[in-house]
Design a protein around this ligand. Structure first.
Ligand code: 1CP
Length: 341
């Protein structure tokens, strides 16, 4: 397993072919996912080891991807420590009482592994089934979690979040620090249960300028990466719209930097600097085009990656719900065939 193409690429070692997996590969685009999820809420599904195992394995079986990603959601650890939230169909995470004042800090305590026994159990079942295919654990980064907590749900402009960040920097720092501890705890549980890599999703951090990211957010994300460094598993860092932040995303402590589709990988490599692997970066909307167009665009991604040591092929963000699963299967085969060494 430590010799799998995915883990080798994370370590920037030579690979037999470029490894591929897709953010949000487990879930919405698969009919077999919709079938097993029928009648079970999203959060409830995340707490059922049998369902988590089945849903995590589905894309591995169907597409032949080089890694599995643990089926869960970034708000699961918040729910596990008692934050009153739900994941609403067609909306996303909704927090009953948004975080707005210092008194709200009391609602954010560290995670106790016993809060998420279902995660340990599911990962045990998964690693037994996955054999040589690595399992990626994940968590939401402090900024992106803070956005859901402070806004109370999905947000385009993150206005309440930014109002808190600029208006009460001390409370902001305390909030991000608590979220860093929670996130580090959640990743630790996954690694100790058997995850072979972890990804920190800071999906919405592209909303910040480099200076604000560096001063007001990076320290909390860096704390998460430091907390799991001792395990030696590759740490991936990803956000959307982060062209101007790529160097800082690497500096926060990741081994692999995820890149969205807006910056070609050769340019991303310059911005991230030496010593890091890169993950990405086909525009997920390209998958709606005819096969030849998908392959032409995937070919451009591979050409931009060139002979970089350490490229993990992925989309520039998650699989869109209406994506034809067959297009994903064909894409995996295309990348494997066109990078065979
Ligand atoms: O009922 C359903 O099917 C709900 C849809 C859904 C699914 C399948 C949600 C609600 N979460 C998930 C699973 C999920 N979430 C995974 C599964 C593993 C995989 O990748 O296959 C992962 C990694 C996440 C992580 C996640 N949740 C992120 C970070 C990744 C990203 O896409 O940027 C974010 C921002 C969330 C919040 C969230 N959860 C669900 C939705 C619809 C959203 C986004 C809402 C918004 O637009 O703000």
């Amino acid at each position: 397993m430590t010799d799998s193409p995915f883990l080798r690429a994370c370590r920037r070692e030579p690979v037999p072919h470029t490894p591929v997996w897709f953010m949000r590969q487990a879930g919405r685009s698969l009919p077999e996912y919709r079938r097993v999820r029928q009648g079970t809420g999203m959060l409830e599904s995340c707490m059922r080891p049998d369902l988590v195992t089945e849903i995590t394995l589905q894309p591995v079986r169907r597409h032949g991807v080089d890694a599995a990603i643990y089926f869960s959601d970034i708000v699961v650890p918040l729910k596990a420590i008692g934050v009153d939230l739900d994941i609403r169909p067609g909306v996303g995470p909704v927090v009953e009482r948004p975080f707005r004042s210092r008194a709200d800090l009391d609602r954010l305590r560290p995670l106790d592994p016993d809060d998420v026994k279902y995660v340990t159990e599911a990962i045990g079942m998964l690693t037994a089934e996955l054999g040589a295919t690595p399992l990626i654990g994940f968590a939401g980064a402090p900024f992106t979690l803070a956005s859901y907590l402070v806004e109370g749900g999905p947000s385009r402009n993150h206005e309440h979040t930014k109002a808190l960040m600029y208006g009460d920097p001390e409370l902001w720092e305390a909030l991000l620090d608590r979220l860093a501890v929670l996130t580090a705890g959640f990743l630790t549980v996954q690694i100790e249960a058997g995850a072979s890599a972890v990804q920190l999703f800071d999906s919405w951090v592209g909303a910040l300028s480099p200076a604000d990211y560096r001063d007001r957010v990076l320290p909390a994300s860096a704390k998460v990466f430091r907390a799991v460094a001792q395990y030696g598993v590759p740490r991936i860092h990803f956000g959307v719209g982060t062209g101007e932040l790529l160097g800082l995303l690497g500096e926060a402590g990741a081994d692999v930097v995820g890149v969205d589709w807006r910056v070609p990988l050769d340019e991303a490599a310059r911005r991230v600097g030496p010593g890091k692997a890169l993950q990405g970066n086909l525009d997920p909307a390209v998958l709606f085009a005819p096969r030849e167009a998908v392959e032409a665009q995937a070919g451009r991604v591979l050409a931009a990656a060139g002979e970089l040591p350490g490229h993990i092929f992925n989309l520039g963000h998650g699989v869109l719900p209406e994506t034809d699963p067959e297009a994903l299967t064909r894409l995996v085969a295309y990348v494997h065939e066109n990078t065979a060494r």
